[in-house]
Design a protein around this ligand. Structure first.
Ligand code: ADP
Ligand code: MG
Length: 244
């Protein structure tokens, strides 16, 4: 069991990151363009289906890489954009997020469990889009850590001053070294990983003044603990409530 809550030091500034990421997306697009131009312009490939398909296969792989980077980085929030704070009910947000990750969980034979105290309001002040990106990136990692299926557990605990969100998987887990380097940009142990998901999650969390702690055991699983300051809005300050 180990922890990592001194992560922020190793990050570059957000806007610096943005330019390095646009570079990371442009590279695979340039390679894709190259292979497609090759296929169009090389008449010998008309009689060489194998070579032609190999070019197109590589182009497709590069496109998938660009797509993965955009998913981890830009699906829900432009990290370098201003934070738009609003008061939200964490439970409602997590129900929405759970629906968003449901298809990926299903493909990986992962059951998603969500536990919370229905009698306790859990309001926090956050930027919704950024909050979604954080949670989805961490949940995607949890799901991907269980290649043979498993359980992704989401627990919300309302404390006096804070709201605690736990995201646990019973997947591959990490060594102490792997936990320590979480959040290092472009570092991935996956064949088609981006190494951006946790970095983006930590950056956005810092921007929202959330805290994160990780415990992990190799071969057993991982839990991320997210803490946000709890707020107690007056009824008139509440967002429109959805009716359950
Ligand atoms: P990616 O998912 O594209 O590899 P991330 O930045 O999201 O990039 O994660 C970086 C690395 O951190 C992963 O490749 C993996 O080794 C490790 N990691 C993150 N979350 C988990 C988890 N829940 N269980 C095991 N390893 C994890
Ligand atoms: Mg990831």
């Amino acid at each position: 069991l180990m922890e990592n809550d001194h992560i922020h030091d190793k990050f570059k500034g957000l806007s610096e990151m943005a330019s390095s990421i646009s570079h990371e997306v442009r590279n695979p697009l340039t390679v894709t363009k190259g292979f497609i131009q090759l296929v169009i312009n090389d008449p010998s490939l008309d009689n060489n289906k194998e070579k032609r398909n190999s070019h197109l296969g590589l182009a497709l792989e590069e496109l998938e890489r660009a797509e993965a980077i955009i998913t981890d980085y830009l699906t829900y929030a432009k990290p370098y954009e201003n934070v738009k704070l609003q008061t939200v009910n964490v439970i409602e947000e997590l129900i929405e997020i759970k629906n968003i990750i449901a298809p990926l969980a299903k493909i990986h034979h992962v059951q998603v469990q969500f536990k919370y105290d229905a009698n306790s309001d859990s309001f926090i002040k956050i930027d919704k889009k950024k909050f979604h990106q954080i949670l989805i990136n961490l949940m995607n990692n949890g799901i991907e850590a269980m290649p043979l299926g498993g359980i992704l557990r989401i627990v919300v605990i309302s404390k006096k001053q804070d709201v605690l969100i736990q995201i646990s998987d019973n997947g591959v887990g990490m060594t102490e070294e792997e936990v320590a380097r979480l959040g290092t940009p472009f570092l991935s142990t996956k064949e088609k990983g981006t190494g951006l998901g946790t970095m983006v999650a930590y950056q956005l969390l810092a921007a929202l003044r959330g805290k994160i702690t990780v415990t992990s055991r190799k071969g057993h699983g991982t839990t991320f603990f997210l803490t946000f300051k709890r707020v107690f809005p007056k009824i008139t300050e509440l967002p429109e409530q959805r009716i359950h």
